[in-house]
Write a protein that binds this ligand. Sequence first.
Ligand code: ACO
Length: 355
Amino acid sequence: MKNSIIVGVGHYVPETVVKNSDLEDVMDTSNEWIIERTGIEERRYGKKHVETSTTMGAKAAEMAIHDAGISKEDIDFIIFATLSPDYYFPGNGVLLQRELGITNTEIGALDIRNQCSGFVYGLSIADQFVKTGMYKNVLLVGGEMHSMGLDFSTRGRNVTVIFGDGAGAVIVQPTDDKNRGILTTHLHSNGTYAEKLAFISPGAHGGYYQKYTDEELDYGFPKDVLGEVFVTQKMVDEGMLYPHMEGQFVFKNAVVKFPEVIMEAFKKSGESIENLKLLIPHQANLRISQFVQKRLGLKDEQIWNNIQKYGNTTAASIPIALSEAIQAGVVKKGDLVCLAAFGSGFTWASALIRW
Ligand code: ACO
């Protein structure tokens, strides 16, 4: 079996810079609070009604395709990870295929719903398909257009200040080099905490999952109708159509699972963390990344942080950071790179790569 290797990287962040002070203008928050709790100084927002997670993903994909030295028509499989898809269905994979102008190739397109871990989950899927010889040029994209779905009133401040828009992409190919490529990937989940960080409505849940949540929530579903309604007036009026996060609970779990899944990758591969060139953690919160760095005893130059300028871009954060690190010349051939993520689900994952 061949190894699989990342041969092209790309990223795109929209032009509009939104500073913490811009958020101060619309909600009760402060630059000091945001920096102290998250490290975020600014984030990018896509151009409303023009840019989407798919269009940004397409720009990142074009850069990755160029970087890999292949043509769009060479791509034989698309994987798209996002929590902010353009449509409820169909998924962004087919929209990206259309946006890239390669519908004529009729290749498969898969959508991943694993939020912050989506890119690493996608990389593991790409790895399996390439290793088995099924595909030779997998395009993996993580893209998010959070700014279209956030609550910009004070009610949503704990979530809204964290997130930003952007996209990143990689091309995964087979290699004959047994010493390079994706060495190992590790995927985990625990659905017990599904509602702790979630965008629940609109959805087809019909209120069913109340049995798993602490509080009684009345979504305002009308009685005595055939079938069900997807969105109720109550959801609109009471701000239920936004993401919900129990920040401290997420934080406490993240700082345990990040180091755990990173060390799992080192243990499985037999590599030593002392030889790690760069850890690229999902950019959830600078305080989480600093905690992980300290726990693993990593030097500042061994961890990549860019949340300060982009916020948390969920499935896009790792490929954006990877693309930036490559552009900056930090990662070179033969370097050991670790990717790790934790987020909604809960899901968490890692990948260890010999670049
Ligand atoms: N501005 C000002 N005050 C705020 C804001 C805000 N944006 N948001 C919340 N507050 C207030 C709260 O209302 C609360 O006020 P109170 O004490 O009067 O009730 C106070 O600040 C403390 O709120 P907490 O939610 O307890 O604040 P915490 O220190 O936990 O920080 C944060 C919140 C930043 C969300 C943190 O919990 C966190 O980072 N959690 C990890 C989750 C995470 O990283 N999520 C990112 C997305 S998911 C992922 O990628 C893993």
